[in-house]
Every structure is written in structure tokens, then in C-alpha cells.
Design a protein around this ligand. Sequence first.
Ligand code: HAM
Length: 430
Amino acid sequence: MTQYSIVKGVFDILPHSQGEEYGWRLSHLWSFVEEVVREVTRAYQFFEVRTPIFEREELFKRSVGEGSDIVTKEMYLLEDKGGRKLALRPEGTAPVMRAFIEKHLDQRAGVQKLFYIGPMFRYERPQSGRYRQHHQFGVESIGGPGPEHDAEVIDLLLELYRRLGLKDLRVQLNSVGDAETRNKYQVALKAFLKPNLENLSEESQARFQNNILRILDSKNKGDRALLEKAPLITDYLSESAKDHFEKVQRLLKGLGLPFNLDPHLVRGLDYYNHTVFEVTAGELGAQNAIGAGGRYDGLIAQLGGADLPAVGFATGLERIIQTMVGQGVALPEAPCPALFMIPLGEDAKERCLTIACRLRHSGIPVEIELTGRKLKSALQLGDQMRASFVAIIGENELAKGRIALKEMEARTEHELSFDDLQPFLIGQKS
Ligand code: HAM
């Protein structure tokens, strides 16, 4: 029979690991991270938005940028039966802005603070930390022009990492200024690079034409050497851009958040202005940011909405969980049953099901061995599942209405009536 295998560059998240290197694909770790995300967003008062995983292709062209790698090389495109050109979302900011404008969220008073968690799709060369479907948690704070909002989202991101126990975090910070800044800077960068155009990598030569700022982000060694002497965007900041950037830095210092200035940080999406930042964690190395974001004041107007400023970030859940595993962070245990019941015979099975369901209704995790395996192998299974208590229920127990609970760790026994099971197990939890 045909065996169907998973598509390249994507992965399953399962309750059991198929090997050491897949330890980060365990579903209980993902649930744990998602719960912490929800706790942190609640503390900072960000509220969830869920948008579809596909949008019109045009949305990403207009926002992420026609010349960006994401749009030119990485989008999963499809045409539906109505001839609409769609794209699986490669990122979350543009869809959230589309929903924000379309559903008139701008008419609500105050700054709108939104977050999302979900899969994103990019046709990239798969490697560790880089997948064709990845998951992002992102926030977008819309309507606040002040640097306090930049500092607030950066603090939220680092607080999430802190609560998850991540170490060795480095924040790289830059400002790509406003339109005035970038116009002046592009002229200066062009003048600097033009005499050396032939020495640039092929990719950077192409970017020279259509997206010159992205050359600053080149990983090519030759490009990097050349760029060392290039003019810095931070020397071209307009007065107001400089003021914004200095305030962000002051606020971050006030919050006790260390950062490094990196004047070459420009980010791969076109919508940014002013503050841009990336966070790396020791394990993943400098090439793979664990989270990144920035301010994008012009985007909403560019997509047909009101002229509102905004700032946000997204962080990859794969990269977070890989870093947690790599850094040896104390990870939550996989869920295990409080009670594992082994019925002997058909009557016992029926009785166990009634008891188990009643216990489950009061929130106690219970498992029953219903396949009729031999007692020895059933006990081994209880051990494997790390059940706190195991109970064997046969004719004797049914007749007496009493049960012997084996406490697996302490190797002791407790004899109880069926009715006392629930208060006993609840008492064990607290
Ligand atoms: P981004 O830097 O393209 O920004 O992606 C954000 C994060 O998603 C990255 O730092 C990384 O952790 C994760 N990531 C991206 N691509 C992959 C991949 N192929 N495999 C695994 N993880 C990946 C954005 O998407 C912006 N929308 C962020 C933002 C929100 N800016 C303002 N608001």
C-alpha cells in the first residue's frame, strides 16, 4: 500500500517524541508555551485576533513589499475556483491590518492592542529553525505614536522569554527613520555602493536596483566587508526620527532591558519605519532571530485605512521551544493520569468506565485499560504512563465495592470504597 509521507519542510507536533532531536515537537510543550503567551498578553492587555490562513496575494505585495524575498520567492500562491489569486499567509501583520481596517476597529477609542498565534507559510530552504510552515506569536499595538509603545512591546516580548526561562538573550536595535531619513540615506548609500557595484554579490546587485536598504542585511562575506565603511542610517535620521529613537533607548534603559545598537539592522519586510529590533538567543546563533519587529506607521494608510501609527513584533514558536530544549530549561512534564484502572473481566470494565467518567467530570485525569491485555503488561503500561495510582478491579473489588490503590512512586497501598475515590484523589492534587 502507498505510504504517505509528510511534505518537505513541515513537521507534526505529537504527544510522544520519536527521538531526541524531535523533543521540541512535543505537543504538551507547545500547549505550555501557548498558555504562557496567554498569561503574558493578559497582563499587558493585548487581545486575540484570528484571521484566515489565506488572503489575497495583493495584500502581501502591498505591505511586505514587491521587492522583498518573502513576496518574490517565498509565498505559497494558489488560485481558487473563482479565479482569485490567494496566498497562504507568510506573516501575520498584513492580515491583522486588513481585518483592522475592514472591521473598522479604528473607530474604537484608544490604542488597539491585538495579538495572534498561528501557522505562517514561507517557501524557504528548510534547515534547523527554518521551516515552510512555522508558527508565530505576534502582537500589534495600533494608534500610539509614542516611543512608550515601542518599549511596551519589546518589554512584553522579553517578559515572555523570561517567563519561559530563556537565557542568553540579545536585543539588537536600530532606527530606519522616517521617509525623509530614508530618502536622504538611500542617496548616500547608492553613491557609496555604485563604484563597487561589481564587487557586490549577485543578490545585492539585484537589491541595488529594487531594494537598496536590504543590502545592509546581506550575509555575504564580501558584501559585509564592503559595508563596514558604508554610511550609517543613524547618521541620517531626521530631527523627529532621532528624537523618537533616543526616547526608545531611554525607556528601554529605564525598564532595565539591555540592548545593542546595530546600524545595519534593516529587516526583510518593507513596511518598517523608526524602531526596528531583533532578539537572538545563544543557541540559535545570530542568523536566526527568535523574535523580531518594529514600527510601521505608514502601513495602515497604505492599505486604505486611517493614517495610524503602529508597532509590533512576531516570535517563532519553533525557535522558542528549540531554544528552551537546547538551553536545558526545566520543561513541564507531559500530562499523566492520576489514576490508571485495570479492570479484570467485562463487568469490571463497565464499572470502571462509570467510575472513570465520574472522576473525569470532576477534573481528575483517569485512564482505563480496555484492551484486555495481560495483568503484567497492563501494570507496565501504567508505569510507562507515569500514573500516580494504579487500581486493579476484579470480582472481589466489585463484590465489596472497595478498591486498592497502588501509589506508584511510594510503592504503598490505600484501600478505599468506590465513593471515597473522588475526595481522595482531589486531596492528592492539592
Ligand atoms: P519576521 O522577522 O519575518 O517578522 O518573522 C518573525 C519571527 O518568525 C522570526 O523572528 C522567527 O522567529 C520566525 N520565523 C520566520 N520565518 C521562519 C521560518 N521559515 N521558520 C521558522 N521560524 C520563522 C514578521 O513576520 C513580522 N510580521 C513581525 C512584525 C509584527 N513586525 C511588526 N509586527
